[in-house]
Design a protein around this ligand. Structure first.
Ligand SMILES: [Zn+2]
Length: 162
C-alpha cells in the first residue's frame, strides 16, 4: 500500500544540515513510526511521504518554512543573570524551563550566549531557520488501527507503548 492519510509509516532517517553535518539519525534509536496526516513530522517531510511505499528510499531538502520554522526574534531575549534562578551557574547550551505569567505557558529556552552578566535566552526550536536534508528509507506501511486513529498516535514499534 502507499502512504496516505491514516497510514502508519515506519522509517529510517538521517538528517544533515547545509554543511552535511549530522544532526540526527535513527541509527541508534531505531526507526521512527508516525501517523500520516496528523502533523507528527515536519510538514515538508509529511508531504514528500505521501504516495510512497515500503522499500522506497529518497532524499529531500526542506526549507525552514516547511521544517521547524523561521527564527522568531521575539523568542530571543537578553536578560540579567541575576534575574534567573541559579544564574551564576549558567553555561552556554543549557536548557531552561521558562515559566511566564501563566503556569500553563511553560517553554523551554536555550542559553545561547553569556557575556558577563548578560544572558541570551533563545526560545526558538533548535532547528528553526535551518534547511533540513533528509535521507529516508521506508520500512513499513500499514493502515492504522481504530485505536491508533482514536489516540492520534502509533502503537508498537517506533511508537507509543501503553
Ligand atoms: Zn495510544
Amino acid at each position: 500500500m502507499t502512504i496516505t492519510k491514516g497510514s502508519v509509516v515506519l522509517f529510517d532517517y538521517t538528517l544533515t544540515d547545509d554543511d552535511k553535518e549530522l544532526i540526527d539519525s535513527s541509527k541508534d534509536a531505531g526507526p521512527l513510526a508516525y501517523l500520516q496526516g496528523e502533523s507528527q513530522i515536519v510538514k515538508g517531510l509529511e508531504k514528500a511521504m505521501e504516495g510512497k511505499s515500503a522499500g522506497d528510499s529518497f532524499k529531500i531538502s526542506i526549507a525552514p518554512e516547511e521544517g521547524y520554522g523561521l527564527i522568531d526574534p521575539e523568542k530571543i531575549a537578553v536578560v540579567d543573570a541575576d534575574q534567573i534562578e541559579g544564574g551564576d551557574e549558567l553555561e552556554e547550551g543549557m536548557q531552561l524551563e521558562a515559566s511566564h505569567d501563566s503556569e500553563e505557558d511553560e517553554q523551554v529556552v536555550v542559553v545561547s550566549k553569556i557575556e558577563g552578566k548578560k544572558v541570551t535566552l533563545d526560545g526558538n526550536h533548535p532547528l528553526a531557520g535551518m534547511n533540513l536534508h533528509f535521507d529516508i528509507k521506508i520500512r513499513e506501511v500499514r493502515a492504522a488501527t481504530a485505536e491508533e486513529i482514536e489516540h492520534g498516535h502509533v502503537h508498537g514499534d517506533g511508537g507509543h507503548h501503553h
